[in-house]
Design a protein around this ligand. Sequence first.
Ligand code: ATP
Length: 550
Amino acid sequence: MKQILYLISPVFGRSRLIRYILLGIFAGACSFAFITAITRFIDLAINGSLTRIEPRYLLLCAAIILLLIGARRALTLGIIQSSQQLFRTLRQEILARILNSGYQQLTERRNHINTAILRDVYVLTEASMSIIQFFTALVMGVGCLIYLAVISIWLFAVTIAVVVTGVVVYSLNNQTNSQRFNQGRVLEDRFMEYFNAILNGFKEINMDPRKGNDIYEHKIGPVNNESYENNVAAHTGFLNNQMIGQVLFYLLIATVLLVFSIILHIKAGSVVSFVFTLLYLLSSIETVLGALPSLTRAKVAAIHIKDLQTKLAGESTENRLPARYILKDEFKSLEIADLCYSYHNGAFKIGPVNMEIRKGETIFIYGGNGSGKTTFIHNITGIRTPSEGQLILNGTPVTAADLPEYKTAFAVVFSDFYLFDELVGVPEVDASKWAYYLRLFELEDKIKIEGRHFSTTSLSTGQRKRLALIAALMENKPLLVLDEWAADQDPYFRKKFYTEIIPLLKKEGISTIAITHDDKYYHTADKLYKMDYGNLIREDINTYADSSFP
Ligand SMILES: Nc1ncnc2c1ncn2[C@@H]1O[C@H](COP(=O)(O)OP(=O)(O)OP(=O)(O)O)[C@@H](O)[C@H]1O
């Protein structure tokens, strides 16, 4: 419960939460007043004092019912609004934290985030609807118990013995049930992982349905079965608790009527009032027990959301909005001094790497698969943080605090780029620049721009890459980083890129770092480097100067 309250109280707000609790207590008190009035009328009827229609009793009942319904409606309306607000706030907060967190942390937590957004927030919102109901029933239960003590202290003692037995049985079983819900949440993460594999690998699956069958039978199937058994066991555990509670109560009612009232010589009127109140108490206990599975699942969800929030918050300074953007003309040089980086698993390391790029220069990097080229550009663009060494921008070392501003110097087209369907992050589209690049990249017959929105992104792979590069250039950044950009271009456009476009970019003052395997065009760069098992080695451009191209 603590974990749930930790997440919901900031959203509900302290004063609103207190108001709901007071309304809940008031609704519970109204229910309790209704029972008291009814038991009193039962007493009067049994004594023979209730012989004619009493308008004041009818009025009293009507007043209590009106107050009760009014309080419940106000409470429920408030809870509907607040729980929807909780849903909106939690989703937005998680997304804001995601946007602020580092690339590395995010890629490591992809499944956890998916499940948090798609399931945990929903489970918690649903439970927040029942939490006040839970407390209202609890208040009413306590009220009933007090009233039972007033009617007969001995019967009350018997009732308390039964309630304590029920609570002990519940507590013993609850730990196992909570563990099962926790396990259910872990299985949900695994389900999400396989589900993403199906969505992302759908082309491959479509080509050979055996692949889909394989994932379905050997991955999704076992997880689903385990989930099924786990969830059935957890819910059955709660059902057993509920059944034990009900059996204990029905036994209590039967024995109060048939045994204890006789042994303890209790008046018929008191016995009827007692049993009537017990039935109300039973309904409160059923509400409490009925809400427990969803509250337990919500507790597990709340722990996961809190855990995610804490982890993302710890890393969230990495991608804050920059205080300012580095302008194209500001850039003079970037020096990479003794930069080292190793992945968390320690399996691969680059560095120490040294390199310098000046304004308008073009640098090509080549090297074997897995030699560390992409890792290196992730480090210089700031989406991975070097473990050692320095990035020196315009003669000033870049500190961790400078990183958001530093990153604004780069426009990047990664090899696994994502093509947005509009010019995101570009406040105003320079129409003449857009038209110029569209012509340069020979896409003028293919795409138009409406506001910031591309008319289409349904293009060939090479065309999509051209559009991604146009979008990067529209950002007007001083440094352009390309990871095997030309690999998907046809020979004609590849030649145009190296011999026309790169010189044009140079003229614009753009400095380019490109990973490429096009040795035919290495000589078009100002500097050439080879990445060799994590070591960056300067190559002599003249070696490639005689390269001819068609
Ligand atoms: N997220 C990661 N966690 C751990 N190791 C990784 C990760 N990404 C890459 N590696 C390892 O780092 C090494 C370098 O990978 P990188 O992607 O930088 O190579 P590359 O030179 O760009 O290769 P390619 O030409 O195939 O694109 C690889 O051997 C790979 O196993």
